[in-house]
Design a protein. Structure first.
Length: 313
């Protein structure tokens, strides 16, 4: 497990980090992307301790507070610094519980203050414009290679907006997903949790058109020349920004994750239940989905404004 996380070129993690990552994978079902993120955060923490001349076993509350201060001087956003500290806290709790350390120095350390940030969301009209631009490109290209790429983008966008998949789930869809006769996809998400996501007619049609250009021997719906064998998240995000620009949208406002937010927000705007959206997004905890409560607040205000008998005039 730890070797896979480290990758071919990176040095192996320390024994303590390797043990922690193995625990996350075995007991909490953490996926490869999550493990890689934890590995980066812990490598950064251990590198700080090394620069400060502090052995891991001698790290104390003062060391952790100094690490948080160092993150702030490096210009990390409060949310990123808080996430990194959360990772380090979990690491120290693990070391203490497993007998690697005599104490947990993270107990008394508070993280940086962070405000409640709302997700970037595109309007329904903006998403319609994005999809229309992608469809126009797929219809206009007569050269085989650009036409295939354009149809692939249409497929990616239609699927993402129809299902709200995580980008890592989307780009790693198997080829069999494109050939399904069902009106839903069976998704295995974070922590091995499984869910069904319904498909729209537009997304099914886009998969059919795209699948015609996918080699039969490919196990992936979106094959690519990459280490994984399928399209990478980074390549999709890059191509998506080009479509956004063509659609007259600022590229920095558009990303795969923003479209996942649009999926959830537009469902809620149109009356979907928060618990249903939680299930479709694959959130284990309703608190994660509650970042969208601002949408519900606006909907409730509109209902009172439109339906309350004393709101006339």
């Amino acid at each position: 497990m730890s070797a896979a996380v480290a990758g071919g070129a990176a040095p192996p993690p320390s024994p303590e980090v390797a043990a922690y990552l193995d625990m996350l994978a075995a007991e909490r079902g953490a996926g490869a992307n999550t493990l890689a993120a934890y590995r980066r955060d812990l490598d950064d923490y251990l590198a700080y301790l090394k620069r400060a001349g502090i052995p891991l076993e001698e790290a104390d509350t003062h060391s952790l507070r100094a690490f948080v201060a160092d993150l702030e001087t490096r210009g990390l956003m409060a949310s990123s610094a808080a996430r990194r500290l959360s990772c380090v806290r979990g690491f120290h709790k693990f070391l203490y519980a497993e007998g690697y350390a005599e104490a947990d120095p993270s107990v008394a350390v508070s993280g940086p203050r962070r405000g409640r940030t709302l997700p970037k969301v595109l309007s329904i009209a903006e998403v319609d414009g994005l999809l229309a631009t992608a469809h126009a490109a797929a219809s206009a290209d007569e050269q085989p290679s650009p036409a295939r790429r354009a149809r692939r983008m249409v497929c990616l966008l239609e699927l993402l907006y129809a299902t709200g998949l995580r980008v890592s789930e989307l780009v790693a869809l198997p080829r069999t997903a494109g050939a399904t006769r069902e009106r839903y996809l069976f998704i295995k998400g974070k922590g091995g949790r499984e869910r069904l996501v319904p498909l729209t007619e537009a997304s099914r049609a886009a998969m059919t058109a795209h699948l015609a250009a996918v080699p039969e021997e490919s196990p992936w719906l979106f094959p690519a020349d990459s280490d994984s064998g399928h399209l990478t998240r980074q390549a999709f995000a890059r191509d998506l920004k080009a479509v956004a620009l063509a659609a007259g949208l600022r590229p920095d406002r558009v990303s795969p994750h923003v479209l996942r937010h649009a999926f959830a927000s537009h469902l809620l705007q149109n009356g979907a239940d928060l618990r249903i959206v939680q299930e479709l997004l694959g959130h284990a905890d309703i608190s994660t989905t509650q970042i969208y409560t601002h949408v519900l607040d606006e909907r409730l205000k509109a209902m009172v404004r439109d339906l309350h008998p004393l709101m006339d005039g």
